[in-house]
Design a binder for this molecule. Sequence first.
Ligand SMILES: Nc1nc2c(ncn2[C@@H]2O[C@H](COP(=O)(O)OP(=O)(O)OP(=O)(O)O)[C@@H](O)[C@H]2O)c(=O)[nH]1
Ligand SMILES: [Mg+2]
Length: 603
Amino acid sequence: MNVRNIAIIAHVDHGKTTLVDQLLRQAGVFRANQEVQDLVMDSGDLERERGITILAKNTGIYVGDTKVNIVDTPGHADFGGEVERVLQMVDGVLLLVDAVDGPMAQTRFVLRKAFENHLKPIVVINKMDRPNARPAQVLDEVVSLFCDLEAPDHVLEFSVVYAAGRAGWAVRGLGDERKDFQPLFKAILNEIPAPTGSPAGPPLLSIASIDYDSYVGRVAVGRVREGTIRRGQTVGVRSRDGSLRKETVEKLFVFEKLGKTEVEAVEAGEICAVVGFEKVEIGETICDFDNPRFIEVPPVEPPTISVIFTINTSPLSGREGTYVQSRKIRERLFRATESDVALKVEETETSDSFKVSGRGTLHIGILIEKLRREGYEFGVGKPEVIMRGSEEPIERLFVDVPTEYASTVISLVTKRRGELVRAEAKGGHVKQEFLVPSRGLIGLRTKMLGATRGEAVMQTLFEAYGPFKGPIPGRNTGVQVSMAEGAAVAYGLFGLKDRGPHFVKPGDPCYEGMIVGEHCRTDDIDVNPCRTKKLTNVRSAGNDENIILSPPRIFGVEEALEYIEEDELVEVTPKSLRLRKRILGETARRKAARDAAKVGSAD
Ligand SMILES: Nc1nc2c(ncn2[C@@H]2O[C@H](COP(=O)(O)OP(=O)(O)OP(=O)(O)O)[C@@H](O)[C@H]2O)c(=O)[nH]1
Ligand SMILES: [Mg+2]
């Protein structure tokens, strides 16, 4: 069979999923009158809500009689693990680069990964319809990126296609007629190598991803490297520790259009989904049981950040969620690692907490968001970077701001132990590059946007582990901590309005130790948001209905994670996100703070 396997890779928002939409349309996947929503591959709830791709996904189209398997990948750095694991399924990549923005942080990351996997790239300069498109310069920038990454000789002669994914056209030459994707289809067929491997003999395939299907259970996805895999066949599954077990292929699927089609057999070259293995993991090899082999794949980059998940110990625990026990949370967290190679879950000294490590706060935030939607309730601590001995992760931070904010950005980043390594002025804007400890990046985005009136565009890329750079100041304000239990009252909140902005509104439940607002000073204060007016015989004019409060500050998951300090937690339930002190009782909390100060001053 004639097959091509490609992945679409790029920096976030450079138009991967939109391009796949249009490829599907032009390959005649949809009926003429079929209503199809945009970004049809972004099928998860969270993907739709946030407009980003989180999981890599497979689809297959026919170009003439050639089957083209396409893997759409996420562009956000936190989901880089997804890109890494799917690249082993393909023989080539479409590297999309925005015709205005040019190559960005994640372009570099994904291209490096493509080279590590020996993949042939086709460069697609995309979004050519943007009014200030600058294809020639962008191409120059891509060439320097190839050189920077020491592109292997065989890919130095890459081809270039200019495209407008959303409008549905691609051309090889800038002067060519812009009408459809034929030039792109041709480039894929002519330049991406056909997969090798003979269909004769037993199958050999490495599992690149695991999906769940509520009907059939675990679905293992990979490309058949050699031989043929058949329904009903008995095969060996070799795991990374070298052990081998016997399994039977219950069902087999190939990817077609927006779904999977069941088939009897899949030959070398094709990407398939295998059902019937109860315990199968990413990185395992399906092979001949009597003559087992193992396919080594490049290791994925390790996580850089971790948080502690605990059971919810707030007085409101169990009111809004279905699953609150540590056993349930444990089971769910470990299950998440089975399909996400960049996620790691470990037990801690207590049976009520688990250490979850990932690539960044968005990576962890999406996991939290998924769990709360499934009905889980739990507490999460402040994100911490993962040290390696005395070394800490350092990231390269790229910031693009109008020149007037350049010094503001430098002062903000250097306070967080960042070091300016490059600055380049271009038409009223400055592009700055820093090396910053990952610790310094936690919470930086909000501060940066605040300090530059939302003008800063920032991206990060993991650089290397390096020597510890010294302490970084945390949040520079204290918080208002409730000392009362009950519903917040307008009167009580109004009395506190000069202390700082609130995180709750009248009627919201509060408890002792819950954080109900920010304090305008650096220390915490204990407040009573439930305080009601003393009843008097004389009715006063200002009753509760007349009180006008400013709307409370509402946190999203990642924002809450980045806001809290070490002695605080985010309480997550399906309905609410609350911030709280770890130690709820006022007296115990004060004592703990005193003890900590003593230890601090002793050394
Ligand atoms: N002008 C223009 N905008 C485009 C084009 N293609 C995509 N966009 C817009 O760019 C934004 C991002 O598009 P997506 O297709 O979601 O980008 P993506 O690369 O899949 O993003 P991630 O998966 O989150 O990395 C959307 O607002 C699109 O409408 C294009 O050809 N021209
Ligand atoms: Mg996408």
